[in-house]
Design a protein around this ligand. Structure first.
Ligand SMILES: N#Cc1ccc(Nc2nc(N)cc(-n3cnc(CCO)c3)n2)cc1
Length: 288
């Protein structure tokens, strides 16, 4: 299960926006350990009161995060319930959600993007080894702990956030918003997610990372057109970098059997690093 935190030990600071059915705030939690008072900066994720019927799924997500620990998994301190308020208390991640960061930072290098994709592949591999399915992999659920600092040789560091409300609890319309991150087979059966679903979402998330945070199918109207994307077994616009486009295409294949194992994903990402450098080297050679 998870640790329960006393409401009076929490302090709300500024609002930081919202997820689906949730609102997030910066905050502080106070602990009394060995007679001393400690305050920790936290992220307070509140379930909208008008969606309190989703509280089980909300707390399921919290206990999901509390049961396992990994360097690339967000730490959840616990939950707090006060009246009709359900609150998940998370570690505060300095640079927030990656989708906004990608939109803001327009000149991220290929090696930055590959490094982040590899970190996501590592935590995906860990979850698969623990036979745990996340179910909501996307750039919005990746959090940037540390920015890169090339002058100091410091690379970016990300953590995967909680999956939020289980997709099976969401209405049809909200599920539409998860196209194309949600695997096509999950649209038909949202209550039996598989590891292959997470691989499909991984493909869509890598696509986001390499497209400067432009959401896929941007501008497409919701229902009919997005559904057509699956009915016509369409793919996202392929990257010019064929090896990258191949990896994304494998992850987002409509036939589950064709989706690569996490080991293969990591291997292909590693070879992209080298082929990426060769491409740059080749281009540099052409210049001279
Ligand atoms: N300006 C700014 C700024 C905003 C937020 C953070 N930090 C933080 N820490 C977390 N644990 C979770 C999130 N978070 C962000 N969006 C979601 C909803 C989708 O998951 C969750 N943000 C840091 C700086």
């Amino acid at each position: 299960q998870f640790h329960t935190i006393k409401y009076e030990d929490l302090k709300w600071d500024e609002s930081l926006g919202q997820g689906s059915f949730t609102r997030i705030f910066k905050g502080e939690k106070t602990d009394y350990r060995d007679g001393e008072k400690h305050t920790t900066e936290v992220l307070l994720k509140e379930l909208d009161p008008d969606h309190k019927n989703c509280w089980e799924s909300f707390f399921e997500a919290a206990s999901f995060m509390s049961q396992i620990s990994h360097k690339h998994l967000l730490h959840v301190y616990g939950v707090s319930v006060h009246g009709d308020k359900n609150i998940m208390v998370q570690e505060f991640v300095k640079h927030g959600a990656l989708d906004l960061y990608l939109k803001r930072e327009k000149s991220l290098s290929v090696s930055w993007k590959l490094n982040v994709a590899k970190q996501l592949a590592c935590v995906l591999n860990f979850l698969e080894e623990q036979s745990i399915i996340h179910g909501n992999i996307c750039a919005k659920n990746l959090l940037l702990v540390r920015e890169e600092d090339p002058s100091q040789g410091i690379s970016p560091f990300i953590k995967l956030s909680d999956p939020g409300i289980n997709v099976a609890m969401l209405g049809k319309d909200v599920i539409m918003h998860r196209i194309p991150w949600i695997a096509p087979e999950s649209l038909a059966a949202p209550d039996n997610l598989t590891h292959e679903c997470d691989k499909w979402s991984f493909g869509a998330t890598v696509w986001e990372i390499f497209n400067n945070g432009n959401p896929p199918l941007q501008g497409w109207s919701l229902e009919e057109v997005k559904l057509k994307f699956y009915e016509n077994k369409q793919q996202l616009p392929p990257s010019q970098w064929t090896e990258l486009a191949d990896l994304i295409g494998q992850c987002m294949s409509y036939d589950l059997a064709f989706r690569p194992s996490c080991r293969s994903i990591i291997r292909q990402l590693n070879s992209l690093v080298t082929s990426g450098n060769n491409v740059i080297f080749r281009l540099a050679q052409d210049d001279h």
